[in-house]
Design a protein around this ligand. Sequence first.
Ligand SMILES: C[S@@+](CC[C@H](N)C(=O)[O-])C[C@H]1O[C@@H](n2cnc3c(N)ncnc32)[C@H](O)[C@@H]1O
Length: 273
Amino acid sequence: MIEEVAAHYSGGGGLAEKIAESLRSAGKDLNELKATDLSTVDEFHIRGRKATLELAEQMKLSEDSCVLDIGSGLGGPARTLVEEYGCHVTGLDLTQAFCDVAGVMSDWVNLGERMEFQQGDATNLPFADNQFDAAMTIHVAMNIPAKDKVYEQARRVVKPGGIFAVYDVLQGEGSDVLFPVPWARDPSISHLATPDEMKVLLSDAGFKILDVHDSTDESQSWFEARTTRMAQSGPPPVTSQVLFGGDFREMARNQVRNLTERRIRTVSYICEA
Ligand SMILES: C[S@@+](CC[C@H](N)C(=O)[O-])C[C@H]1O[C@@H](n2cnc3c(N)ncnc32)[C@H](O)[C@@H]1O
């Protein structure tokens, strides 16, 4: 199962060079990049950087905070936190290729010194008890059947009183999810919890849920705005197409239908350890 998930995200190799080439073709100078220049590919979740900033606002972060990003992908959310708050972020991700590229991209924007990325499994975190001041996870648990383990592990590594911010795609009340979607080409690696299940999972792991925000309507609007923007001014320099090639358009179309028909919901949880 884990191998299939990592294979789904690994792409065809040479990812850093593909991203660099897309940016150069769009006239970007790689020596002058800002984290926001990367956000159309490295904030790899619905509502992008805006959603990360919304979570971060509630995580009680300062320059002294040590934060864990569980399922850090290409490192976009982690870089956003470092850029905005000057904190230190450790990113952990199942996909080795993503960890490698995340490190390279952080150096492009001169944030590498305040972050590191390591390969690992969210269900078995290689960190000490109470190691982090806060943690987050964005659009990751959709690939993980053992969600109880993910949240138990998060609770174990976050200091008491620290914030754990979760933003995920959940199973909606509409019918079955249409595939392919960015987290799975078919149902074999897709494991969505319902909103009711999430509350139980987080509480059972020992978290106090401070806030729940269902952003499904905003997610729908975000896709509509993106479609309008792309029709007017073309696609941005680099998108997740670099990962998924020709399947990307169908994945995006299915995301819109899945949201509109409430086959999926996007929900975030701010929890206290
Ligand atoms: C849709 S991406 C989101 C990446 C990042 N959180 C973001 O929002 O930009 C999902 C990520 O979850 C990672 N992932 C899936 N299962 C995992 C697991 N068991 N442990 C750690 N990471 C996992 C994948 O490798 C992928 O990078």
